[in-house]
Design a protein around this ligand. Sequence first.
Ligand code: FUB
Length: 462
Amino acid sequence: MYMKNQFLKSIVSGAFLMSVGMLQAQNPIVQTLYTTDPAPMVHDGTLYVYTGHDEDKADFFWMQEWRIYSTRDMVNWTDHGSPLALESFAWADDRAWAAQCIERNGKFYWYICAHSKLTNAMAIGVAVGDSPTGPFKDAIGKPLADGDWANIDPTVFIDDDGRAYLYWGNPEIFYAELNDDMVSLKGEVRKVEQTVESFGAPNPKLRQKGVKYKDTYTEGPWLSKRGNKYYLLYAAGGIPEHIAYSMSDKPLGPWKYMGEIMPLQDTGSFTNHCGVIDYKGNSYFFYHTGKLPGGGGFGRSVAVEQFKYNADGTFPIINATREGVKPVGTLNPYQRVEAETIAFSEGIKSEPNAKTGIYISNTHNGDYIKVREVDFGTKSPSKFTATLASALRGGTFEVRTDSIDGTVIAQIVVPHTGGWECWKSFEADIKNPVTGVHDIYFVFKGRKGCELFNFDWWQFYK
Ligand code: FUB
């Protein structure tokens, strides 16, 4: 009897811990689909992350598009959809792999790699847009570099003196200087000489079988600068990959191998790919894992950790966590907030619509969206509005504070509205006054086993 009780107790407490764990998880930062190869960029007080997209149930990197997410508080991420895809490049037909975007003189240059129809190999291309979220178009109608399977994973950097550099490559490291127009190369594409001192091992062709090197550059370079030191971070060690780095006093080297940043660990993905950035006084390390349910080596998801550089400017060891990073801001619920601004969610998907933009779909009984650090102020709101649509029988939309089964502060019974994109705004009175800063949960309830309703945006009113 005692054994049985202990067994039941451990299952119950295990299940409880699992759900508490899920609710506190902050990584991966996007749960509505698989995101890869993060490239962070800060513009005008907002942090953007440019990502790739692994298809559901993929058996290779059959990737079709690039995506953008943004945050102003490091915990709520807004989905900006996919303003760039293989179709944006007439010369590309496959493998929308790692990419990075940078701003210069009010234009946004998004360097990508994809399979080229022109050469049947990989190529580096560049798209340009007038805002960080686009629209973007192929800047030159042809690749910047083409004809080599090693042409993957461009990283771009503009130095304090205005000179701009591109690095890329697997397993070679290529580099070129960009002209001021950012869409043409100044001079030749060159190859970085890899040595034991610079990257832990000699050039790939000179590596000897059976020799254990300090490390081996693999792919996914990330070029950055702090003070007067340059950093080249990269995926290393072959497969499975860890993240390592080299440092230099100049943007084009000579480089010195510095060691590992994210050692091999249980990320559930045999690739890793990083991007580093400072935002609101903190330093952040973006990478990817296979940790979203159903994920793995071809179903990767972007995650982020906060870190502090060592006093001498070197990197500390950074490990992957489920908890991720702490908030650095609050969210104002008295202005329109898009449903696709999410700290964590389960069960749902996001969809694009040319007129209304991105919205949340695929809601089923028990699915939820968590939004963090919602600042209601000292006076409770009196009303809540949400824009919803259902082609079927609808369901119940609950707004709860602090947990999935926390206090219900508003509730809307959603009817059939005429279609999945036949939007109606619904208003609800606040049932239980709420003040101060809370996490809120939008909990979707209704008949089991069927889709309930779509969700476009929400707002509270005083
Ligand atoms: O996402 C496809 C490829 O996997 C990237 O280009 C590599 O860096 C690796 O992450």
